[in-house]
Structures are given as C-alpha cells and as structure tokens.
Ligand binder design. Structure first.
Ligand SMILES: CC(=O)CC(=O)SCCNC(=O)CCNC(=O)[C@H](O)C(C)(C)COP(=O)(O)OP(=O)(O)OC[C@H]1O[C@@H](n2cnc3c(N)ncnc32)[C@H](O)[C@@H]1OP(=O)(O)O
Ligand SMILES: NC(=O)C1=CN([C@@H]2O[C@H](COP(=O)(O)OP(=O)(O)OC[C@H]3O[C@@H](n4cnc5c(N)ncnc54)[C@H](OP(=O)(O)O)[C@@H]3O)[C@@H](O)[C@H]2O)C=CC1
Length: 293
C-alpha cells in the first residue's frame, strides 16, 4: 500500500468510479464512494458486487478476498463523509462546469493535505486545478475502462502539481497493481489523443455509408485484431465522453482533423449514449445487442 494513503474517496459511482473503488478495496484500502442519488449508489454497489463475483468465478480472486474487499467499501451521497480521506479520485460525468462546481463544495471539507485527483478523459488538469484550493496537490490520474482489467493508468501533472503529490499518486497506482505512464497536460493526453480520433473516424465511415455498424466493427476486430470494434468500444466508453474528448481536441489543438462527426453529435443529442443508456451504435434493450444502422 502507498504509505501515506489509508483512506480513498471516490466521487461518481459510474463505470469508472466503481472500477476505482473495486481495485482500491482489493488492494486493501478503506474506500468511500459518493454519488448524487441513492439510486446511483445502489446501481454502483451492484456493479462492484457483480464484477467481484465474476473474478471469483474465473479464479482471479478468492471468495475470502471478495468478502474482505466488500467490507472495505462504504458509500453515501454526503461529501462530508470524505473528511478523513487521504486521496480523493473524482470520476463524475465528463462535464467541466460540473467538476468545477463539485470541487468548490468538496475542498472546504477535505483535510488540507489530501490529494485530489481527476479521472478526466480530456480536460486540462491545470485548468481543473485552478478551480481548487490546492493546485499543488491536484493532478490527473486517468484509469482505463474496465478498471479491474486494464493495466494502464496515465498520470498527468498540472503546471502547479508538486513532486510529492506526483510521487504519492505514482506509488498509489503501483499499489493497485497498475502500470503508470506519464503524459503532459495536453488535450486528451496520450491514449485518448490516439484512440478517440480512430473512433471518430469509424463514425465518419458509418456516416458516409462506407460500411454498416456490423461491417465496421467486424473489420477492425478481424482485420486489425482489436478486442472490440470501434463502435462497440464507443458505446462501452459512453458517446458523451467520446464527444467531449473530440471537442477538447478540436478546440484545444485548433485543428479541423479533430472535428467531431455530426452523427456522434446527433446520437448524444438523442440521449443515445451507448451501453449506459441502453442505446448507442447498438441497441442493448433486448437479449443481444442489435446494430442501430
Ligand atoms: C475513454 C478513456 O478515457 C480511456 C479508456 O478507457 S479507453 C477504453 C480502453 N478500453 C478498451 O480499449 C477495452 C477494449 N476491450 C477489451 O479489452 C475487452 O473487450 C474486455 C477486456 C473489455 C472484455 O474482454 P473479453 O475477452 O471480450 O470478455 P470477457 O472474457 O468476458 O472478459 C475478460 C475479463 O474482463 C472482465 N470484464 C469484462 N467486462 C468488464 C467490465 N465492464 N467491468 C469489469 N470487468 C469486466 C471479465 O470479468 C473478465 O475478467 P476475468 O478474466 O477475471 O473473468
Ligand atoms: N467511460 C470511460 O471509458 C472512461 C471515462 N473516464 C472519465 O471518468 C469520468 C467518469 O466517467 P464514467 O464513469 O464513464 O461516467 P458515468 O456517466 O458512467 O458515471 C458518472 C457518475 O457520476 C455521477 N455524477 C454526476 N455528477 C455528479 C456530482 N456532482 N457528484 C457526484 N456524482 C455525480 C453520475 O450520476 P448520474 O448518472 O445521475 O448523472 C454517474 O453516476 C469522466 O470524467 C470520464 O471522462 C476515464 C476513462 C475511461
């Protein structure tokens, strides 16, 4: 375990927050998970339960360790419950105004020495840090989805992040059994700078009628050995998160090659956000996913 960290706070009980809570508890940390509503908390705890059980079934985790991990996780809707946290990982919706508003409410509650990290996919760490009372103890700790499976975590310093904060975060990530890499604070960092334009291009391929959802995903799975097709992956990440990342690349790098595909914009406008909303490039409401185009 990272020496100076005992209690981990996680805000946002969606795909990423649940994953971070899951791996932190397996590593032996006390974890407190926060979301805005009871329903989100219940859904999140059910996800963690299901994923831990899956690891037991596949022999990756003993049932004893599953029980121990579950005992280490508490959850609530009250930010005050993070008053004793040593590190807080923010994993709420990819919306900069929401994140800034959250930090304004959260910072007065935290201990002055608490490290605050954002799991943002694409926002400027320096700009987010400026919305806190602790820019030197703020940084990007970017986990990959699904967290219990993916080995990588990108570490991103803001302009003010101090070295002790960076080292503590790196030690914490290693204690979770993950491999850290370092990215400079540029829009979408390294993984998403490369991955999101590929996904956006796949959506253009669909939009221009070059191929169907099925043919595009099959082509990339069988032709380029990707574990998921790009449209299936977009649905898995969340189309809102993909769009926000493309917008950050487009605005931040001022280059038209990053223009979000209008079809991606339309799907997000429709509330078709992928797996989490039941519909995206596939419709998940039946037994098997059905392509929507
Ligand atoms: C957007 C960002 O900011 C950054 C990002 O995260 S970009 C997205 C990065 N992620 C990817 O690219 C994922 C690409 N997909 C994959 O690697 C694989 O399809 C996958 C690992 C998700 C599933 O693999 P698979 O072989 O098709 O399925 P499956 O055999 O069922 O699962 C493999 C393991 O993943 C686990 N898993 C699958 N989906 C999971 C989920 N949603 N949550 C937790 N664990 C999951 C399974 O439990 C299984 O673990 P065990 O071996 O311990 O049982
Ligand atoms: N999805 C991915 O593949 C990856 C995402 N990320 C990043 O991680 C973060 C979370 O993403 P993801 O888990 O996919 O998002 P989700 O939409 O799955 O989950 C976000 C959760 O946060 C809740 N929430 C929203 N606002 C607040 C708030 N003010 N306080 C507390 N909880 C709040 C949401 O509630 P409600 O549902 O009611 O809005 C939801 O439960 C984002 O910054 C994203 O960019 C990083 C790597 C990969």
């Amino acid at each position: 375990m990272a020496e100076s960290i005992k209690r981990v706070g996680v805000i946002g009980a969606g795909a990423m927050g649940c994953g971070v809570a899951h791996v932190s508890a397996i590593a032996g940390y006390d974890v407190h998970l926060i979301d805005i509503g009871k329903q989100q908390i219940e859904r999140g705890l059910a996800t963690i339960n299901g994923n831990l059980a899956r690891q037991v079934t596949s022999g990756k985790l003993s049932d004893d360790d599953r029980k121990k991990a579950l005992k280490l996780i508490t959850a609530s809707t009250d930010l005050q419950d993070l008053a004793s946290a040593d590190i807080v990982i923010e994993a709420i919706t990819e919306d900069e105004a929401e994140k800034r508003a959250l930090y304004a409410r959260l910072c007065p509650i935290l201990k002055p020495e608490t490290l605050l990290a954002s799991n943002t996919s694409s926002f400027s760490i320096t700009r987010l840090a400026a919305a806190t009372d602790r820019p030197e103890r703020f940084m990007g700790v970017h986990f990959m989805n699904p967290v219990p499976v993916m080995e990588l975590v990108e570490l991103v310093r803001g302009i003010a992040t101090d070295e002790a904060t960076f080292e503590t975060a790196r030690e914490f990530v290693r204690a979770l059994g993950k491999t850290p890499t370092v990215s400079e604070d540029f829009p979408a960092f390294i993984v998403n700078r490369i991955l999101l334009p590929m996904i956006n291009e796949a959506i253009y391929v669909l939009y221009e009628g070059v191929g169907t959802v099925d043919h595009i995903d099959t082509a990339m799975k069988l032709g380029a050995r990707h574990p998921m097709g790009p449209l299936e992956l977009a649905d898995f990440i969340g189309l809102d998160t993909c769009l926000s990342g493309m917008q950050m690349l487009h605005e931040g790098l001022a280059d038209n090659k990053y223009r979000p595909c209008p079809l991606l914009v339309k799907y997000v406008d429709a509330g078709w956000l992928g797996r989490k909303s039941g519909r995206g490039f596939y419709d998940y409401r039946g037994e098997d996913p059905v392509p929507t185009r």
